[in-house]
Design a protein around this ligand. Sequence first.
Ligand code: HEM
Length: 468
Amino acid sequence: KNAPPEVHYWIPYLGSAIDFSLNPIEFYAKNRAKYGDVFTYTMVGRKFTVCLGVEGNNFVFNAKLADVSAEESYKPLTTPVFGKGVVYDCPNHMLMEQKRFVKWGMSNDAFRAYVPQIVEETEDYFKRWNNETGGRADVFTAMAELIINTASRTLMGPEIRAIMDESVAQLYHDLDDGFQPINMFFEWLPLPSYARRDSAHVKMRNIFMKVIEQRRANNETHHTDMLQSLMNQTYKDGTPFTDKDAGHLMIALLMAGQHTSSTSATWGLLYLAQNPELIERLLEEQKDVLGSVDAPLTFDALKNMTLLDNVVRETLRLRPPIIMILRKVVRPVVFPGSNYVIPKGNYVAASPLATQVDEQYFKDAMKFNPDRWDSLKKEEDIGDDGIDFGFGKVAGAGGARNPSLPFGAGRHRCIGEPFAYVQIKTILATFVRMYDIRLTEKGLPEPDFTKMFVQPKLPVEIDYKPRK
Ligand code: HEM
């Protein structure tokens, strides 16, 4: 058996980094035509073996722990930001338990409480727009700021929301500056942003620990947020999940949920601005479900808004924020049904984006068409391929052969999906009640693939008109 074919490159060390990051969709398509579904390319001195197609996705997402490691791929980036003892800085079985703790904080009861809070934050946020005559506004900034408010109000807790505008937003920015693709490759560089990141990490963790301490001291048990659910957890073997661990996991959730949700909400609004008839249909749907567009939005009503759900699903199909799923090969591994052995030390990469825009699975793949989901199987219809988490199934864990996998699959699958849907749907539903929007003469922005989470190329403006 042989190693997979390698993409030729001219620039030593850097390899295909530029070609890839300018447009990964084209890069993969071009090389797939030459080499097939499995091939290796070099970027910044590292070898990445991409496994395309649904079989490639399934291979990477369901690979054995003894063969590949997510920790070895992500740790240099995540541990300094999240902190020690959580996510990729602990054995996988502990991450699995941490995901169980997190699941606790995402109950339907929690979501019922979150929806009105997200509505209120959204209405409050847009008071700064011109609500007399309308105008042109940067939706990317708006979604980034709004989502840090909504996520802190709901998951992080009211204490954190209360200090968001002063201290927490700055700490978040310092952490975020240390959470970029460059940090994955150059962890040894003495960047000034690293010192700011490290200091922000300690301060942020301490803020969470202090809130926990206060809640305990005051015997506050009424909170429904994530912090509360992480406060008193214990691993199955009796090891306590400490307040420090809770602080670290809270930072991890903040970082995992922020850009993913805010870029998705931004793309969602852009696609609506491109297809204004959908905005009208969304309002019709609200009338059908709630009787009127003035009735309060509720979690249970949102569940019945199929078009809204399909808008989010279609947005994530076309513009998934995470386009490279990586595992480091720790033992040479054969790609099933092939002659290829992927060497130890390579990274294997899955690209759900590639299957999500493949004509083989999605007709007129580049077209934004939420109605296609009326007749397509959604992830939850397919079910789990059988990864045993040791504590039952993670909500909505989808089979890894589904061509649309914006939340991944298998043991590392996203735990935040239900929350992301609730948050994005509530924001979009509230937004269309307030504004009618159109793209500017510049049209739909192109994606910028050089960012950690794919975002629209700046500036991201839309024209808006208040409804009332
Ligand atoms: C994992 C996507 C929102 C927490 C993942 C993975 C993907 C993903 C693709 C798998 C990574 C891998 O296999 O290497 C998204 C998208 C989101 C989103 C598209 C929003 C639109 C959130 C939110 C949270 C969150 C809101 C938390 C509140 C996590 C966690 C993991 C994860 C804890 C597990 C990491 C692991 O087990 O290795 N997400 N995510 N995500 N996500 Fe999300």
